[in-house]
Design a binder for this molecule. Structure first.
Ligand code: PHB
Length: 397
């Protein structure tokens, strides 16, 4: 045992010597868990790029001598066992002082107990199922919840349409989107004429779209994970003739994710969504964000909401580091995160609700329009101002 351990230590020492970038003792390590392979392999790089860009632009604001190092790991998709293992390794071996990232809800749920046991603050920059933040006092969410977008969407939709169908991915955020939309749509006098839950692994939406078409709803509300899933849904919505049959496609903004819009084609035109951010938003902070992104990653590169969630997550992490002058205590970090706010996020004013550690933000009604030769999510109206997670608000004791 002793021998084994010393040889391991020798190996670790050798590896440290070989490492290209030496890590200084007072560097603060942030463990980013996201996807570079599997279903949403293209999303991980957006999250990492946003965090690296933030660090590059704001390193100068850190206390003297303090540096932030990002340690990046691939969870391979919705894979809770893998995510848990990665979080464990980041905490025990890499000694990270923050965990962040995570696209998929099952992964965030698997990481929650590690954050609690190790007392490592976990700043969620995507995963959006409402219940997640209740699973550890060391979680703060800077992204969104599906209730935040889908509930106001249901309220708005009830004023436009009588009969709606829902189609969602069969896991946490899909259940939330379906429940939130249905509750608000029915409360506004609408009728749900059918609901279908599609396995998360599914990428062929044609059979489901056929069922929707046969039911002849006025509107189809869809949630699927953003990225390639959203493009696949859009394609089969067009291919099966739902658009030409006059069905309106609506949903949380995941279904018209900005980086995929250029490849979705005309079928996306007129699709109406509710969401907390759009690449096309003309808020000065958003214009500055888009300009910094394009300068760093090329004029053709369009950031997405996962990038914005990651940018804002790093802003919250930097705030906690600055306030503690680089000497971090996890409980103090959580107190600070509970009171984090930024009046000038690319999405508008944001804050963390201290009671729930969940994000508070505006929700915008958007429509896909062709502007200057490209498809864009044009914000039409603010449908909810400084909205807290409605699921938590409705389920308060
Ligand atoms: C999630 O798993 O919580 C999730 C994944 C993709 C999205 C939104 C939420 O677009």
């Amino acid at each position: 045992m002793y021998l084994k351990r010393t040889s391991l230590m020798a190996l670790a020492a050798a590896a440290a010597l070989l490492a290209a970038v030496p890590v200084r003792a007072d560097d603060i390590k942030v463990g980013l868990i996201t996807s570079y392979s599997g279903a949403n392999a293209n999303i991980g790089p957006y999250m990492e790029k946003a965090m690296r860009l933030y660090i590059q632009e704001h390193e100068k604001d850190l206390p003297p001598g303090v540096k932030v190092e990002l340690v990046v790991r691939d969870d391979t998709g919705a894979n809770p066992d893998k995510a848990k293992q990665l979080a464990q390794d980041l905490v025990v071996r890499d000694k990270v002082q923050f965990l962040t990232g995570v696209i998929f809800t099952p992964n965030a749920l698997a990481i929650a107990p590690i954050a609690t046991e190790a007392k490592v603050p976990f700043v969620i920059s995507n995963a959006g199922t409402s219940v997640i933040t209740t699973k550890s006092p060391y979680i703060a969410r800077v992204s969104f919840t599906l209730w935040q977008s889908s509930y106001p969407l249901g309220t708005w939709a009830a004023k436009q349409y009588k009969r709606a169908y829902t189609l969602v991915s069969d896991f946490g955020p899909g259940w939330d989107a379906e429940e939130a939309f249905t509750k608000a749509f029915k409360a506004g006098g609408g009728e749900i004429v059918g609901s279908v839950r599609v396995p998360l692994s599914n990428t062929d939406f044609a059979p489901f779209m056929q069922r929707v078409k046969d039911a002849k709803p006025d509107a189809l509300m869809v949630f699927v994970p953003a990225g390639k899933f959203a493009t696949a849904v859009m394609k089969s919505f067009g291919d099966l003739g739902l658009r030409s049959a006059g069905v309106k496609l609506i949903g949380p903004g995941d279904i018209t994710t900005d980086e995929e819009l250029p490849t979705m084609g005309d079928v996306a035109l007129g699709v109406t969504t509710v969401f907390h951010w759009s690449a096309a938003a003309d808020r000065p902070a958003n214009k500055a964000f888009i300009a910094a992104w394009k300068k760093a990653y090329g004029n053709d590169s369009i950031p997405n909401f996962e990038a914005v969630g990651s940018w804002d997550s790093m802003d919250a992490i930097f705030y906690a580091i600055r306030e503690q002058k680089g000497k971090l205590d996890p409980d103090k970090t959580m107190e600070l995160l509970k009171h984090y706010s930024n009046p000038n996020s690319p999405r508008g004013p944001i804050s963390i609700d201290p009671a729930t550690r969940d994000i508070v933000q505006n929700e915008y009604l958007r429509e896909v329009r062709m502007v200057n030769g490209s498809l864009q999510n044009i914000e039409i109206e603010t449908v909810a101002t400084a909205i807290k997670d409605p699921w938590k608000e409705l389920n308060k004791q």
